[in-house]
Design a protein around this ligand. Structure first.
Ligand SMILES: [Zn+2]
Length: 84
């Protein structure tokens, strides 16, 4: 699926999403916890919105088609010196 195209994101959500490196996006989308499957799954058919300054992705589980939601903190880091 083309990650570049943003399907159903609100403008502020699209802005946050756009700031995330493609590599990280792929990882975020393929590591969403599903409470029904009881393991990490890929989120599909997702849309994005901003909640309390954080990016909230809402979509469907690729395996059980259940509802999924993932909150991505836009700025969540304590301390941060150059490191690997
Ligand atoms: Zn599932």
């Amino acid at each position: 699926m083309p990650i570049e195209s943003i399907p159903k994101f609100t403008p502020p959500a699209a802005k946050l999403w756009d700031a995330i490196p493609t590599d990280t996006r792929k990882r975020l989308l393929s590591n969403v916890w599903c409470g029904k499957c009881r393991h990490d799954v890929t989120i599909t058919n997702f849309s994005g919105a901003v909640k309390g300054g954080d990016l909230l992705l809402v979509g469907k589980c690729a395996e059980c088609r259940g509802d999924l939601a993932r909150l991505i903190e836009s700025k969540g880091s304590t301390g941060g010196s150059a490191g690997g």
